[in-house]
Design a protein around this ligand. Sequence first.
Ligand code: TYM
Length: 329
Amino acid sequence: MKKTILSGIQATGNLTLGNYLGAIHNWIKMQDEYDCYYMIADLHSLTVRNDPEILCKRAMQVLAIYVAAGLDPEKNTIFLQSQVDAHVKLNWILNCYTYMGELNRMTQFKDKSAKHADNINSGLFTYPVLMAADILVYNADLVPVGEDQRQHLEITRDIAERFNSIYGETFVIPEAFISEQGARIMGLQEPTAKMSKSTTNLNDVIFLNDDPEEIRKKLKKAVTDSENCVRYDKENKPGVSNLMTIYGLIQEKTMEQIEQEFAGKGYGDFKMAVAEAIIEKLESLQKRYNELLENPEELKAIYEKGAKKASQRADKIVNEVYRKVGLIL
Ligand code: TYM
């Protein structure tokens, strides 16, 4: 039996190179070995205010990116979170087994409430419980995510263990799969903070649909340091080290190999090599992405098939949970 994987990306904002290198890049490598469920977390997107038309569009864009990046819809179950009812059913149950104190400790809640001070809604507060439901409703063994999701995985494990200790073995205790490299791609302008799709400084972020000129321009402006030597030192040279990480992941090179490649060369050459590597990587992805967006029927067939398959599995688990807590089916 193959192990099960679940992961997802919110349908808020344009996807970034951070989403790609921190998450999707690893998903693609896993599709042959595991039974994979990849969703578009459109319910999570409601925790901030969205224009309904834009939310629909974004959800289709995320789906198109998944497929364009190389996730094969025949091998993976790709679906919209909102189309599999079992997620919200389990979400409610798990809410009743999660403590306010636990949720209060979530750093993303603190960050997001600071950013959206005018809309600190209870969905934002209980966001990790829906995420726990997303994972546990498939009994996923592994959850490939970036470093910023580690705490959400820990609370998921705590909730699952608590439920199991009351009702007996029900949930598999999932593990986070966080790769050593790429787990935290930093901003180009502010290399001490993660690259984020919700930033207001557009030069800080490479979006997956940026065109070559934009990518070159953003790389040219990327913050480095005054040493003018391509050397990996995260503490003292965060900008250059981040660019080396990006280049290394795309070119499958180690930091030592990159240091050798650019020995005696300045930052100008290095930045342009990073830009060209990104452009090359995104070229075929963007082509396929645009084709898919022009073909909504193809996307619809993928998410409809995905929701059916995901529901079959998730319904079984949620029914077992209903029975265990004493609900009549
Ligand atoms: P989201 O949409 O914020 O991010 C999606 C994925 O991209 C990763 N990521 C990064 N990785 C490296 N460097 C970065 N700069 C960077 N920015 C984002 C994130 O770690 C994540 O893996 N709550 C989740 C979505 C979700 C989910 C789930 C994930 C909902 N339910 C169940 C896994 C399992 C989120 O908001 O991710």
